[in-house]
Design a protein around this ligand. Structure first.
Ligand code: AMP
Length: 273
């Protein structure tokens, strides 16, 4: 595995590769969710590039940028063992200069749900993803459905800017008890870890209601709020794949999303129906 820290090192590393490039952008503190993306990239491409970059522009003031988990050594090992060809591990100076051109998230889809809770977050995400895509020049890029709105906005950016890249959505990997894997789960103490299960329990209840034939989004969100009640809930939302509100669940075109604060940790989760 080649570790590239600068744009020049990345260029040289990419020169040693041939054929299709599959790319997995991450912020590190890698877990089995990230590994599932890397494994899919490994199966479907000649070369696999992973980036690890905790992108400052997607964190709002007061968020967890400075304490975001960093696990360089373990991450390098995981990448090596997963058959990654090139690990791109840039610092902030490599990625950003002064007074730069930026990508703006769309006015509506970029400022609801996650974008309402974290205004400007998606500008930072789209800007860094545009930079990374241009640096790595992949054919396929792998993103988790866990970050559903991010996935939708990146897919839209690729369309809107006529970029010749295939975005591959990947299923959310969960612990046995249902908790969605997240780098931020390390912030949870044992009792918060237990409380955090309310997110996946609420989504499970929503799924059951749909399976029993109740398609009313008002009734489903009410039932989910009851399960989530002790937590500080930021939103429960049911939208279609274009992130428009809907009154009835339509199988094949629905995403149920939840965001809540567990102690001081903000968690998100969703199910696609
Ligand atoms: P992050 O390091 O949190 O920026 O995540 C990097 C990529 O891994 C994103 O595309 C995430 O959606 C994806 N990801 C995060 N958690 C999971 C999970 N539990 N299952 C599958 N993919 C995930």
């Amino acid at each position: 595995m080649i570790i590239a820290r600068s744009h020049q090192e990345l260029r040289e590393a990419l020169h040693t590769q041939s054929g299709s490039v599959g790319f997995v952008p991450t912020m590190g503190a890698l877990h089995i969710g990230h590994r599932s993306l890397i494994e899919a990239a490994r199966k479907e491409n000649d070369s696999v590039v992973v980036s690890i970059f905790v992108n400052p522009t997607q964190f709002l003031p007061g968020e967890d940028l400075s304490k975001y988990p960093r696990k360089e050594e373990a991450d390098f090992k995981i990448c090596e063992l997963s058959g990654v060809d090139v690990l791109f591990y840039p610092d902030v100076q490599t990625m950003y200069g002064d007074d730069e051109v930026r990508i703006c998230a769309p006015d509506v889809r970029g400022y609801i749900l996650e974008g309402a809770s974290r205004p400007g977050h998606f500008d930072g995400v789209l800007t860094v993803v545009m930079k990374l895509f241009n640096m790595v020049r992949p054919q396929r890029v792998y993103f988790g459905k866990k970050d559903a709105q991010q996935l939708a906005l990146i897919t839209q950016m690729v369309e809107n800017f006529f970029m010749n890249i295939v975005i591959v959505p990947m299923e959310t990997v969960r612990e046995k008890d249902g908790l969605a894997l997240s780098s931020r789960n390390v912030y949870l103490n044992p009792s918060e870890r237990q409380e955090a299960l309310k997110l996946s329990s609420a989504l499970k209840r929503g799924t059951e209601m749909v399976m029993q034939g109740n398609l009313s989004t008002v009734e489903i969100t009410d039932a989910m709020h009851k399960i989530l009640a002790p937590l500080e809930v930021e939103y429960v939302a049911i939208v279609n794949r274009r992130f428009e509100s809907i009154s009835k669940v339509k199988i094949g075109d629905t995403i149920v999303l939840v965001a809540a604060q567990v102690g001081t940790t903000r968690l998100i989760d969703n199910v696609w129906m």
